[in-house]
Design a protein around this ligand. Structure first.
Ligand SMILES: Cc1cc2nc3c(=O)[nH]c(=O)nc-3n(C[C@H](O)[C@H](O)[C@H](O)COP(=O)(O)O)c2cc1C
Length: 250
């Protein structure tokens, strides 16, 4: 599965089988975790109990069913830049996990913080967790209803874009990037990131003033999603971090 196919397939999985994740897959993810930690000064931790009866993290029963034996603990410095980098690299790990056949969900709120024991450096905080497991084939009605209710707040594609050109006259790769942003996850589905396209320049900005404290995670996630969408449409590039940061075409 390509990274873009993983992006198209990804949803927040809230119903897991009680089945051990293949250790080989965790090994592949672990390399990517270390790479991101080194590059961005993060302290993400991949944990696995190796026991189907022992959950790696206790997820709230109000939102989730089943259990996972592996998870990614989202640990890093508490500032906005680290939050954005964590979103960016975390989303790359989510897509990698999906391409390996795993189900994932960004979880910042609805889990028991006392059920995990991350190693924290000075200044680190636990931003959240990403459960890693196998999605049940049949999604229970409750979890289907939760997702439908949250995503019902989706904005129209045009509302993700600020430009002097209409969405239909955008370069195809910019449009593909904006579509990928729309398809991505965001905390409480706030979708607080817009892509700005003016004078041939692409930037990303937080438009929602009252968005929650996770908006910088969302900014990093949106940037990663854009990059994968644009690349699938033939244009490679990388982002400058920061609110208003520019997408630099390679
Ligand atoms: C930073 C962040 C935190 C999130 N925290 C939670 C959470 O605590 N509980 C939960 O059920 N979903 C959580 N989500 C998942 C969002 O609700 C979900 O991404 C959004 O509703 C869009 O749905 P989708 O991911 O299925 O496309 C979080 C997502 C992000 C990006």
């Amino acid at each position: 599965m390509t990274e873009f196919e993983a992006l198209e397939k990804r949803i927040s999985v809230r119903s897991y089988e009680k089945r051990l994740v293949d250790p080989k897959l965790l090994g592949e993810l672990s390399d990517a975790v270390s790479e991101g930690n080194e590059r961005y000064g993060l302290n993400l931790q991949l944990v696995s109990t190796g026991d189907p009866d022992k959950p790696a993290v206790k997820l709230s029963g109000a939102m989730f069913s089943g259990q996972v034996n592996a998870a990614l603990l989202l640990v890093g410095p508490g500032d906005d830049l680290a939050a954005e980098m964590l979103g960016y690299w975390g989303e790359s790990l989510v897509l990698r996990a999906v391409s390996l056949g795993l189900g994932t969900c960004w979880v910042a709120g609805t889990f028991d913080r006392d059920s995990v024991s991350p190693a924290l450096r000075e200044g680190d905080k636990l931003w959240g967790v990403i459960p890693l497991g196998y999605a049940t084939e049949k999604v229970p009605l409750k979890q289907r209803t939760i997702r439908a209710a949250i995503r019902a707040k989706d904005r129209k594609l045009e509302l993700f874009l600020e430009s002097d050109r209409s969405a239909s006259s955008l370069p195809a790769w910019v449009r593909a990037g904006v579509e990928a942003v729309k398809a991505g996850p965001s905390a409480v589905n706030q979708q607080p990131v817009n892509i700005v396209y003016r004078d041939g320049l692409v930037t990303a900005r937080l438009w929602k003033e009252n968005a929650n404290i996770l908006k910088f995670n969302d900014l990093g996630i949106a940037k990663y999603q854009f990059q994968v969408g644009a690349e699938n449409a033939g244009v490679r590039g990388f982002w400058n971090f920061g609110d208003g940061g520019e997408f630099i075409v390679d």
